[in-house]
Ligand binder design. Sequence first.
Ligand code: PMT
Length: 224
Amino acid sequence: LEKKDLEGKSILITAGPTREYLDPVRFISNRSSGKMGFALAEEAYKRGAKVTLISGPVNIQTYADIKIINVETASQMYDEVKKMKDEHDILIFSAAVADFRPKNFKESKIKKDQWQNLHIELEKNPDILKYAGETKKDWQIVVGFSAETENVVENSQKKLYEKNADLIVANNVLQEGAGFDVDTNIVTLISKDKILEFSKLTKREVASKIFDFIVDYLCRKEQR
Ligand code: PMT
C-alpha cells in the first residue's frame, strides 16, 4: 500500500548546481547532477505532497505535476526561494549552491590576449538556507544538506545551529557511492535531538528516509 503521509503538505525543494558567469559563455559551477533533489521531489509527490522544485541546469525529466522553476545562478535561486518560501510547509535545500561568484561580469567574451594577468576576483553569494532558517515561520520545517569531506557529523551539527535548520542531511562526498552525480548516497540525518546513520541506499530510498524522519519530527513537534 502506498503511503500518503504528505497529503496536504506543500514542499519546496532546491536542486542541482548553480552557474556563476565570468562572461557570456564561461562560468564556475560544480558536479551536482540534480539527482538527489529530483528523487526528493518524486518521493514527496508520490506520498501526496504538492511539490515545487527550483532547479539549476540539469538533465532530468520528471512528472508533469511537479512544478519546476529553472534557474542558473545562486542569485536567481535566492530570488525564487524568497518569492515562494511562505507558500510552503517544508523547505528542503539539496542544491549545490556556489558559495562565491566572479565579482566582475564581462559583457562580451573575454579574449585570449585578455587572459594574461587576468585575476578572477570573487564575492560571496547569498546563503539561501541561512536566509530561510532565519526567516522561518513556526509552522515551517527547514531541511539543509551538508556536503563534507571530514568531521562530517560535527561540521553538519554546526550548520544545523548556525543556519537555524530543523534537520541536516549530511553526506561525505568523498565516499564511493555518495554525493555528487551518482545514483546512491550515504547519509546521516541530524536534528537537535536525534542522529540517524544509514548505509548506502539509492537516492530515492534516501529521500524516503528523509521524509520518514520529517513526518516523525512533525509528530513529535505537535506533541510538544
Ligand atoms: O545533485 P546530485 O548529483 O544528486 O548530488 C547531490 C549533492 C551532493 C549535491 C547533495 O547531496 C548535497 O550535498 N547538497 C548540498 C551541497 C552543498 O552545497 O553543501 P554545503 O555544505 O556547501 O551547503 C550547506 C547547505 O547550505 C546546503 O543545503 C546548500 O543547499 C545550502 N546553501 C549553500 C550555499 C549557499 N550560498 N546557499 C545555500 O542555500
